[in-house]
Write a protein that binds this ligand. Structure first.
Ligand code: NAP
Length: 512
């Protein structure tokens, strides 16, 4: 989506369940602010916030003003806020109660008449997942999910989409009782990040990349999603989830899907989904024996972050058991059984209290077959590496060999570095803008379909089973501020490889 060429969204009301919650204040309304600033919201648009707070429209607008101002930072402008603010409405509701849903019907009819929103509704469920089924059922009961020829009804739900395969299937079944799959938009804000979409553009609109993108030329792939933060106020949730459940079936596997997919016939949601699902189908689930050697878990103890801040152990966080066995770090080695990727390992790692808040994909190419430079050993030469940086500074870096100037033949590694911000500026974004806008347009390309969610759980199920059957005995096994347990290094070392060193605290280059 580019605001220079994109048309405003169609007329609609965005109904936010959980309008007084954290996600709404920090992400959703700021994302609408950015869309409004870019001219991408029509005049025929309204937000109807629902929550149990006792507020009227004016008080709700006041509540959000301070939050939005804080979260959009330097992008704040009063004119944009005035425009958006006039489109914000509020209704007190109990989401478990049919009367509230009936009142919602009446409210929406009034908004359609006043605002020209034409009966198009985007329901955003910014609530705990335990409420998804009940809310969609009640929306169905009061007739708000039925689409007519000239209007649409769509529902965005937030992760987690279940906590294992069975619960994900239950959730999908529950949603499908009221909604068609085409009406359900499962959001993963990682897919709203420019670089994730740009993986597709990079791979499929540059003729020179695709011939290299396979097992002939690629030695292995590393995906790192590192968080420097701890569990903060989410201790109780995290105790039940852990790093594997929280990150791998959704963010990391979808990234892997975009990296490894075959070219889809078009950039159309069904075509893209089918190709991602084929990748997930080709991933070999680990056998219980393989889990012991191909999967690593860790939990952080107290330690010192690169900022020199001393931080407490996971087990000392609020809401966390003092003898917790929940992992805050997970790494996997996965392989794919298909023509393009057979024999190419994909190493995934994610964790909390790592030294940087940083996401990247590193693609290591195979070495040259021989060296013709006298005195140079192939072993001395670094392999060529392409790094797709996803956050914080989105960009692409290619590391390759070059001659060090001088009379003798010496070879060093140099980097070509492309930064999005250098070329396209730094458009402020929360990661939700594209996704909300796409949903308003009915484009589900960047959303997860039911089968993608279930396949993600299938892949990690054996790991979850073994880890549950054999609780970790050596937790905590890494200090906060380090790159995880030693076993994560061994995962690659045993294959004669190593994780790409990542600068700390945050390897930013753009805008420096
Ligand atoms: N926050 C994030 O950055 C983030 C990121 C990714 C995904 N998510 C997901 O987004 C969803 C929302 O997260 P959140 O952090 O915004 O949660 P939250 O702060 O707890 O917001 C939920 C809001 O809904 C209200 N609510 C709950 N049950 C209600 C009911 N029966 N009737 C009326 N109001 C009710 C809550 O009111 P009370 O506070 O009074 O209960 C609260 O204001 C969750 O599924 C979460 O996993 C959040």
């Amino acid at each position: 989506m580019s605001s220079e060429t994109a048309a405003p969204a169609p007329p609609c009301v965005m109904i936010i369940f959980g309008a007084g919650g954290d996600l709404t204040k920090r992400k959703l309304i700021p994302a609408l602010f950015h869309l409004c600033h870019g001219g991408l919201l029509p005049d025929t648009f309204a937000v109807l916030g629902l929550d149990r707070l006792d507020l009227d429209d004016g008080a709700y607008r006041d509540l959000l003003a301070a939050e939005v101002r804080q979260h959009v930072g330097s992008a704040w402008d009063a004119q944009t806020w005035d425009r958006l603010c006039g489109q914000l409405h509020y209704m007190k509701a109990d989401f478990t109660d049919v009367e509230s849903h009936m009142a919602l019907c009446e409210h929406l009819t009034r908004l359609d008449a006043d605002r020209g929103t034409e009966g198009n509704y985007l329901f955003y469920l910014a609530v705990p997942p335990s409420l998804f089924g009940g809310i969609t059922r009640l929306l169905g009961e009061v007739g708000l999910t039925a689409e007519a020829a000239d209007d649409w009804r769509r529902v965005i739900i937030e992760k987690p989409f279940g906590h294992d395969l069975e619960s994900a299937q239950d959730l999908n079944r529950m949603l499908h009782e009221t909604l068609d799959e085409e009406q359900i938009y499962r959001i993963d804000h990682y897919l709203g990040k420019e670089t994730v979409q740009n993986i597709m553009v990079f791979r499929f609109s540059n003729g020179f990349i695709e011939p290299l993108w396979n097992r002939q030329h690629i030695d292995h792939v590393q995906i790192t999603v590192a968080e420097s933060v701890g569990v903060e106020h989410r201790g109780a949730y995290y105790e039940e989830a852990g790093a594997l459940r929280d990150m791998i079936p959704n963010h990391l596997l979808v990234l892997l899907g975009f990296l490894a997919m075959e070219p889809p016939n078009s950039f159309d949601s069904c075509a893209v989904r089918d190709e991602i699902n084929k990748v997930l189908d080709a991933i070999q689930p680990l056998t219980p024996e393989q889990v012991l050697t191909h999967a690593v878990r860790g939990q952080y103890g107290e330690g010192s972050m690169p900022s020199r801040e001393q931080v407490q152990a996971y087990r000392s966080s609020p809401g966390v058991a003092p003898n917790s066995r929940t992992e805050t770090f997970a790494a996997l080695k996965l392989t794919m059984d298909n023509w393009r990727w057979a024999g190419v390992p994909f190493y995934l790692r994610t964790g909390k209290r790592l030294p940087a808040q940083y996401t990247e994909v590193a693609i290591q190419f195979k070495k040259a077959p021989t060296t013709m430079f006298k005195g140079m050993d192939l072993e001395d030469m670094n392999p060529d590496m392409m790094v797709l940086r996803i956050q914080p500074d989105e960009g692409i870096q290619l590391g390759f060999s070059a001659k060090v100037p001088g009379p003798t033949m010496r070879i060093g590694t140099v980097n070509m570095d492309f930064c999005y911000a250098d070329y396209f500026g730094n458009a402020p974004a929360t990661g939700y803008e594209t996704l909300i806008y796409d949903c308003m347009h009915g484009d589900a390309t960047l959303f997860k379909h039911a089968d993608t969610v279930e396949k993600g759980w299938e892949i990690v199920e054996s790991v979850m089973d073994v880890w549950q059957a054999l609780p970790a005995r050596n937790f905590p096994n890494y200090a906060a501020g380090t790159w995880g347990p030693e076993a994560a290094e061994d995962l690659l070392r045993n294959d004669g490889r190593r994780w790409r060193p990542i600068a700390t605290p945050s390897p930013t280059r753009c805008g420096q």
